[in-house]
Design a protein around this ligand. Structure first.
Ligand SMILES: Cc1cc2nc3c(=O)[nH]c(=O)nc-3n(C[C@H](O)[C@H](O)[C@H](O)COP(=O)(O)OP(=O)(O)OC[C@H]3O[C@@H](n4cnc5c(N)ncnc54)[C@H](O)[C@@H]3O)c2cc1C
Length: 572
């Protein structure tokens, strides 16, 4: 792979067709498509690595009517998805933008498969998050990034942001969702055992060869790696550790961009178009305080480098922020882990524990407030709506041994170290646990007693855990009579504190269907685009399905790049 273009310093004489700010899924998709369409592209990344939040994500994109379906199925699926989004999102976002996404998402995937190293595969088991609503589908719309061999990146591997340490095993080996299933069921088949041995052997070989982490990349890291390979191969110029200080219209109708590269300020270059793809405002304290609910969440699972600096630059050029909604971010219920090196990890409780039988979530009165098995965004909205921030996930020792709890993996022999470092709270009795976590003891006793009754009957008469598609999918199919309802009865009892942390922000800049920025009068601003979380989400603050941030991010980045190149998307 040629890489001489990588960090060549830009100067006043340099003129690009498009400059992209931010090298996440959105920015890299724009860059590679624009370059493929013949534009001269500069991709500016504020940090020393590409990937942003994308690199730590699950790498799932929600694309109705995607390549896993026949043409007829795809058409019907897009029609159904329209009904689903109209029902769930409705007036919270412009139907015209949702339509643009639905019409073109599948074509975006086809384009990337044909012209880049990006590859997705279907996730047949990933259900929409409100399967009871009209138009919902219980599998087939999400696609996930195919595992990638990081060795293909050559020296560019060092420019790929790693995933979070908590998502690795052995300190640097990535696993996919399919790997996790097999590793958790090692004894179930010889194939699973052989697969595990192969993974470990590959990882050991990587480390012996001197790689700082495993090179078999999965999920969002595979997606970011595939995009990086593609932008480099497409001839995009990359500039790392670069901040844009100013953007001014020049006399030709293009833009003069003032830059600081490393410690060298007062540099500049010119461009016809500028694309804002800085990944939203998760890393900006003032914006968090202004646009997130109270109490303002302390932590984010997203990249802290996404600090709204790109959106501020766009606003200075006349772009406008969309009207805030009740929820301007997407949420994971998260627990906080102090790493051995003293740093803080935000551990998202996504699918592994909440829906399983034998766990309840309680507020400070010791009372449940939600069906614990609902999707992570819905769970967190319920926590806010019910004053349960933070809340406690409560279970017994048997539960943790079988299913794990947050950062504590299943099968662990002793929980002592987790208790010692304050991640888990432990009580020999429920009263003792309640005292430890400052929760009302009578309330907790009552909640546990009620859940134990529901476990026997198989019906959660209070919140319906295990009666809906999402919690049943993430429950334990081997558990009866209800895969999500189990008794909490064998002391000692444990609890972990959980609070909403955002996985990204959804309030962004107002755009039209080409992802062109609009001004206060809703007129397109020539030459300016936003995509990814810098663009106001078409999901209107809702979280309809897995992959609803990356799917639209990549679709609108593709549409924007075609528009900047003066091309139309293929008719679909
Ligand atoms: C654990 C986890 C799992 C997730 N899984 C999924 C999933 O499976 N599917 C899904 O749809 N969503 C998922 N998400 C959310 C998703 O990852 C993000 O919404 C998405 O990656 C945002 O993409 P982006 O391109 O907008 O931003 P990013 O990928 O964050 O990229 C933004 C880039 O811009 C750079 N930048 C910021 N400011 C500037 C500046 N001023 N100049 C230059 N560069 C700048 C940043 O450093 C960063 O590299 C997950 C999130 C988390 C935390």
């Amino acid at each position: 792979m040629t890489d001489h273009r990588s960090t060549a310093p830009v100067d006043e004489q340099d003129s690009f067709d498009a400059i992209v700010l931010g090298a996440g899924a959105a920015g890299m998709t724009f860059a590679l498509v624009a370059a493929h369409e013949g534009l001269r592209v500069l991709l500016i990344e504020k940090t020393g690595m590409v990937g942003g939040t994308t690199a730590r994500s699950a790498g799932t994109a929600w694309i109705p009517g995607n390549f896993s379906m026949s043409d007829d199925e795809a058409r019907a699926d897009v029609d159904a998805a329209r009904v689903y989004l109209d029902t769930l999102v409705g007036v919270r976002s412009p139907a015209s933008l949702r339509e643009q996404f639905l019409r073109h998402g599948a074509a975006m995937l086809r384009y990337l498969h044909a012209h880049s190293a990006v590859r997705f595969q279907p996730c047949p088991k990933h259900t929409d998050y409100y399967p009871e609503l009209p138009g919902a589908k219980t599998g087939g719309r999400p696609v996930e990034a195919v595992v990638y061999d990081g060795r293909e990146l050559g020296r560019w591997f060092a420019r790929l942001r790693p995933t979070l340490p908590e998502f690795n095993v052995f300190g640097g080996m990535m696993v996919s969702k399919a790997d996790i299933d097999r590793l958790l069921n090692l004894r179930a088949s010889r194939d699973n055992f052989v697969h595990a041995l192969r993974l470990i052997a590959r990882y050991a070989a990587d480390r012996i060869r001197g790689y700082p982490r495993g090179t078999r990349l999965t999920m969002g890291n595979a997606l970011a790696a595939r995009l990086l390979k593609s932008v480099v191969d497409a001839g995009v110029t990359l500039q790392f550790n670069c901040t844009v200080d100013s953007i001014d219209r020049d006399e030709s109708g293009g833009f003069r961009i003032g830059l600081t590269v490393g410690d060298r300020s007062n540099r500049a270059c010119r461009a016809r178009s500028v694309v804002f793809a800085g990944g939203g405002f998760s890393g900006n304290e003032a914006w968090r305080a202004q646009y997130m609910p109270q109490p303002t969440p302390h932590f984010t699972a997203a990249s802290a480098a996404n600090d709204a600096s790109t959106m501020e630059l766009a606003r200075a050029l006349g772009a406008v922020l969309a009207p805030p909604r009740e929820h301007n971010a997407w949420w994971f219920p998260s627990s906080i882990v102090r790493r051995d090196d003293g740093s803080t990890a935000v551990f998202p409780h996504i699918v592994m524990d909440r829906a399983k039988p034998g766990l309840i979530a309680v507020d400070r009165r010791g009372l449940r407030f939600v069906n614990e098995g609902v999707n992570y965004h819905e769970f967190s909205c319920a926590a806010y709506a019910n004053g349960a921030v933070p809340c406690w996930l409560v279970c017994d020792a048997n539960f943790i041994r079988r299913y794990g709890l947050g950062a504590v993996r299943p099968g662990i022999r002793s929980l002592r170290s987790w208790v010692r470092r304050g991640y888990l709270q432990r009580g020999a009795t429920l009263d003792e646990l309640a005292l430890d976590i400052s929760v009302d003891a009578a309330g907790l006793q009552e909640s546990v007693a009620r859940m134990n009754g529901f476990a026997a009957s198989g019906v959660d008469a209070d919140f319906g855990k295990g009666s809906d598609g999402v919690s049943r999918l993430n429950g334990d199919p081997a558990h009866a009579p209800n895969p999500c309802l189990g008794a909490i009865e064998k002391p000692p009892f444990y609890a972990v504190e959980a609070a909403p942390a955002d996985l990204g922000t959804s309030l962004g800049l107002v755009t039209n269907e080409h992802a062109q920025l609009l001004d206060a009068g809703r007129a397109a601003i020539d030459g300016l685009y936003a995509c990814g979380n810098d663009m106001n989400s078409i999901m209107g603050g809702q979280y309809p399905a897995p992959g609803v941030t990356l799917g639209p991010a990549m679709t609108f980045a593709w549409l924007a790049a075609l528009h900047a190149a003066g091309k139309s998307p293929p008719i679909s």
